[in-house]
Design a protein around this ligand. Structure first.
Ligand code: MN
Length: 374
């Protein structure tokens, strides 16, 4: 077989949003991933945080067992490594639930053509750094943990390793909840010939996440790995920002009606439990009684995530944005050419760069990789 499906951060739990009544998202996404695996007759790779908790509930265990039955019946291999959410030193939840999946921690496997894959469970602290130094020779590192490049963590204080420390050409990474492809220069190489894949989570687990969810279809071709993204159908999300009274009135009279109108077609293929959309409403606290007016209009119809902005915060945000834009049309160009979640960091990187033209080259290269053009 020369293709495989790679997904991560399934966070299986009836409600992965504790206490919010938002149910069923993880089960629906995971079912779609199993459907896709069967459709492509491919092995499935699961990159950790498969269960949301170290103590999953019986109904979640049973659900996963039934889904794995579907792959076992068809003899489609499943390989997995553990994430921090379900990590167990001595065993693993997925192996306890079903005998079909293969736990690939510290093991080489070949799910996809002749490429050699090597799996590692999540490691605490900076232990991954040491482990990367003594990795057996392999083509594809499979790990659960965010590198500093994914997190845009230039100082390295929030992440446990850098892609520059990875000694092989491909990295399949769970943990980071957004879908990103990155080029990197593997340790011991001089050109950015490596490529890292973060499939992101299979469904949202907090309102700050992007709502576009995918798994990868990876294909071995000519000794290398190519990819395409397979989109998952997930609960709709709408986001609004209300700066003044006029905007709030427009939201209450027109915007909500527009949501209702659009919703019917958007939820057609979703199970009924996922029909109620998530609504992020950021509003100015200067608007009289904004919170209660928004809440009354949304109650019982949407899962509301309101966020009030104090006047002081708003003006600081506006001044900061204006200062950045004043530095030239380049900032606007970045907004058009980089992933939405990294626009702010990319602009900051560029403004702080000691070598601006090098920084622009790097952004351009990343953009091309993300577009699948490199
Ligand atoms: Mn996760």
């Amino acid at each position: 077989m020369s293709v495989c499906i790679f997904g991560a951060d399934c966070h299986i739990r009836r409600s992965a949003w504790a206490g919010s009544g938002i149910d069923g998202d993880s089960h629906h996404s995971f079912t779609q991933v199993i459907d896709l695996t069967i459709k492509h007759e491919a092995p499935l790779l699961l990159g950790g945080d498969i269960f949301d908790s170290k103590k999953p509930e019986a109904e979640d265990v049973e659900f996963v067992r039934r889904q794995l039955d579907r792959l076992a019946d068809r003899k489609l291999p499943v390989y997995f490594w553990q994430g921090n959410h379900e990590h167990d030193d001595r065993s693993s939840w997925l192996s306890a639930v079903h005998s079909w999946p293969t736990h690939v921690h510290e093991r080489e496997f070949e799910p996809c053509g002749k490429l050699r894959f090597y799996g590692l469970d999540w490691l605490p602290g900076g232990a991954i750094r040491e482990r990367l130094g003594s990795l057996p020779e392999t083509d594809v590192l499979c790990y659960h943990g965010s590198c500093k490049e994914l997190m845009n963590d230039r100082s390295g204080s929030r992440s446990s390793f850098s892609l520059a420390e990875v000694p092989c050409c491909y990295s399949l990474l769970g943990d980071y909840h957004a879908t990103v492809e990155l080029a990197y220069t593997p340790s011991g190489e001089t050109a950015p010939c490596g490529r890292a894949y973060s499939p992101g989570s299979m469904h949202m687990t907090e309102i700050g996440e992007l709502e576009d969810k995918y798994v990868y279809l990876l294909k071995e071709e000519g000794g290398g790995l190519n990819h395409s993204r397979l989109r998952l159908n997930t609960r709709p999300v709408y986001r609004f920002r209300l700066e003044d009274e006029a905007a709030l009135k427009d939201f209450l009279t027109h915007k909500l009606a527009f949501v209702d109108e659009q919703l019917a077609s958007r939820v057609k293929k979703l199970p009924e439990g996922l029909h109620r959309p998530l609504l992020r409403v950021v509003y100015s606290e200067e608007i009289p009684e904004a919170y209660s007016r928004i809440e009354v209009a949304c109650k019982g119809k949407y899962h509301l995530f309101p966020k009030g902005l104090a006047a002081e915060t708003r003006s600081r945000e506006v001044i900061a944005a204006a200062e950045k834009l004043a530095s030239g049309g380049l900032a606007a160009a970045i907004a058009g050419y980089t992933a939405p979640q990294s626009v702010k960091d990319d602009i900051t990187t560029l403004l702080d760069a000691e070598d601006p033209s090098g920084a622009i080259d790097e952004l351009c290269r990343r953009f091309l990789v993300c577009q699948g053009q490199r």
